[in-house]
Design a protein around this ligand. Structure first.
Ligand code: HEC
Ligand code: HEC
Length: 226
């Protein structure tokens, strides 16, 4: 009887540990190792995960951890095809531990949309380092009002009202506009699966102009301080 109780307790404990791992990879990961694994990624995604080449390399800083994990697994399994990503995600050099540590590191990097106020005494290096953390996406062309209606009707239940994503659904606000458009075209061309609603997903229901309006709306709702 006692033994059974203990077993039950152990079972529920390990279920708890497993579920907290699944939802909170950040807490359990090794930040130092994550930073080290990130080294070669910085060549393309920038020192702070802010991306580069105007969105050819996406921003990954502050992205949802479960989404980052899922995408890195897809690159590693060569299920999401992108050649620049392949050399740093070779199965034999990129074990699960490194993958989860780098995810925790990247997800924890906070970029701001607010230009800091400097004191006269701040030197050039202090200013430069603070400015590197500022990432403001320029306003995209398009009809913001129409984009808002589409976004609230068709996107926010997954990507969240503020566009910051939730659970496995990625953050869209704060990402380069041309990168988002490229991905929406990839989903529509069925190169990436978006959601379970028909092969190309919900994005097939929109014209390119509608999608551009949604992008315009997303660039209009960047938080003032995050
Ligand atoms: C040689 C350049 C290069 C290197 C090095 C690189 N990446 Fe990437 N990465 C890219 C490109 C390009 C894309 C966009 C792919 C696309 O357009 O679909 C990308 C996409 C991603 C994405 C998906 C982002 C999203 O919003 O869907 C993640 C996550 C990512 N990279 C993480 C990493 C990590 C972690 C490393 C290091 C282990 C790394 N990358 C190394 C070029 C690179
Ligand atoms: C049913 C949930 C759901 C809805 C509704 C939804 N999305 Fe998504 N979206 C997802 C998921 C899941 C992903 C990641 C899929 C993957 O693994 O590539 C995603 C990814 C994306 C991406 C790529 C992000 C990146 O970093 O690569 C864009 C862009 C996007 N969605 C735009 C939209 C827009 C615009 C709408 C509304 C018209 C929308 N989504 C509605 C679930 C949804």
């Amino acid at each position: 009887m006692i033994r059974n109780r203990r077993l039950r307790l152990m079972a529920s404990c390990s279920a708890f540990i497993l579920s907290s791992f699944a939802s909170l990879p950040t807490a359990a990961q090794d930040a130092e190792n994550g930073k080290e694994v990130y080294g070669p990624c910085a060549a393309c995604h920038g020192d702070l995960g802010q991306g580069g080449k105007k969105g050819e390399y996406p921003r990954i800083a502050g992205q949802r951890p479960s989404y980052l994990e899922q995408q890195l697994r897809l690159f590693r399994d060569r299920k999401r095809i992108n050649f620049p990503m392949f050399p740093t995600t070779e199965h034999r050099d990129f074990p699960d531990k490194d993958l989860l540590d780098v995810v925790a590191y990247v997800a924890s990097i906070k970029l701001s949309t607010k230009v800091p106020e400097f004191k006269d005494t701040d030197d050039a290096l202090t200013r430069l380092l603070a400015m590197e953390k500022v990432m403001i996406i320029p306003r995209a062309e398009g009809d913001v009002e129409k984009g808002k209606v589409h976004y609230h009707e068709h996107c926010q239940n997954c990507h969240a009202k503020d566009g910051m994503g939730r659970s496995d659904f990625p953050m869209l606000v704060g990402q380069y506009t041309n990168y988002l458009m490229k991905q929406m075209k990839a989903y529509r061309a069925k190169e990436r699966p978006h959601d379970e609603d028909a092969p190309g997903g919900i994005l097939e229901r929109f014209s390119e102009e509608d999608l551009q309006d949604i992008l315009a709306y997303l660039t209009s709702i960047q938080p003032k301080d995050n």
